[in-house]
Design a protein around this ligand. Structure first.
Ligand code: BJW
Ligand code: ZN
Length: 254
């Protein structure tokens, strides 16, 4: 139970935030790798994040792909396999149900789910409107002709995979130094500026511009709430910090 682990004060915070969410007409949730940890998908910076002996952050970079596309693709192929087998957990499902309830009671734009994750678990949990800031593990993009296609084959028959035009395909995700998809960023920014409550769930909030959304929302008048197992960079800006697993906290909160 959350209360025994987090103590009475945390139970109070969940209740107070629940009440505030009941009153809010515009809510945004920003999720990170921590929400999928309970589905068995390793986070980037936490324990278990290392694949072979590589740091994920060394592999999520265009320079890594230029140097060794096969190595980078092996890592993505492995993660595609993990994500395919994983099931959405209670945290993903609570957010999907919250979206439906907010839409029914307060209109189509009342809740916006913004994710940094590429695993597709929010979609599979039933969330209808997921703003994906860092792309999608199931998209591939040609480094030659630029064509983007959906590819759900796991494992891929040939690594690195190639386009029909002969050039290398790359994962349809956003690496360090690359711009975020313009439409997703515009939607996220617009929703953050409207938000009364901005939930920051399972992210270390160290990667920008995604992490900056919480600060921008706060400057525009939102109250920020953090759900995380550990301390994160955003805690000092938050009105509520709920320490514990998202899969336990979110079903109670939402
Ligand atoms: C739980 C839990 C449980 C565990 N329950 N909690 C200096 C200052 C500011 C910015 C920069 C700077 N130098 C460089 C930059 C820019 C750079 C950046 O931010 N770097 C920082 C490292 C400093 N950003 C970029 O490069 C971005 N692009 C950009 O800025 O473009 C500008 C531009 C404009 C025009 C033209 C060209 C360029 C792009 C960033 C892309 C990030 N990509 C990745 C990979 C995506 C694809 C893939 O998945 O493979 O995105 S890296 C990785 O980090 C991934 C994640 O989405 C992202 C964030 O990680 P996340 O989700 O927070 O995971 P963790 O592991 O860090 O945290 C997990 C958390 O969960 C922890 O807090 C746990 O405690 C918690 N947790 N279990 C609840 N059960
Ligand atoms: Zn091509």
């Amino acid at each position: 139970m959350i209360d025994s682990r987090l103590g009475f004060a945390a139970g109070e915070a969940i209740w107070a935030l629940h009440e505030a969410l009941e009153q809010a007409t515009h809510v945004v949730a920003l999720t990170g790798a921590g929400i999928s940890a309970e589905s068995g998908i390793p986070t980037f910076r936490g324990p278990g994040g290392l694949w072979r002996t590589y740091s994920p952050l060394q592999l999520a970079a265009p320079e890594a792909f230029e140097r060794d596309p096969r190595l980078v693709w092996e890592w993505y192929d492995w993660r595609r396999g993990l994500s395919r087998k994983a099931k959405p957990n209670a945290g993903h499902i609570a957010l999907a149900e919250f979206e439906r309830r907010m839409e029914d009671e307060r209109g189509a734009r009342a809740f916006t789910l913004v994710t940094q994750n590429v695993d597709g678990l929010h979609d599979r949990a039933g969330s209808r409107n997921v703003v994906k800031l860092h792309g999608d593990l199931w998209l591939v993009r040609c480094t030659g002709c630029g064509a983007t296609t959906r590819n759900e084959q796991v494992p891929l028959p040939e690594l690195p995979p190639r386009c029909q035009c002969g050039a290398l395909l790359r994962p349809g995700v956003v690496w360090f130094g690359e711009p975020l998809p313009e439409d997703a960023w515009a939607q996220a920014l617009e929703a953050s500026q409207r938000a009364q409550i901005f939930l920051v769930i399972g992210t270390s909030a160290t990667v920008y511009p995604a992490a900056g959304l919480a600060h921008q929302a706060r400057r525009a008048g939102a109250r920020v709430a953090v759900v995380n197992l550990e301390a994160s960079d955003i805690d000092s800006s938050a009105a509520w910090v709920l320490r514990g697993p998202a899969g336990e906290i979110l079903p109670r909160l939402l």
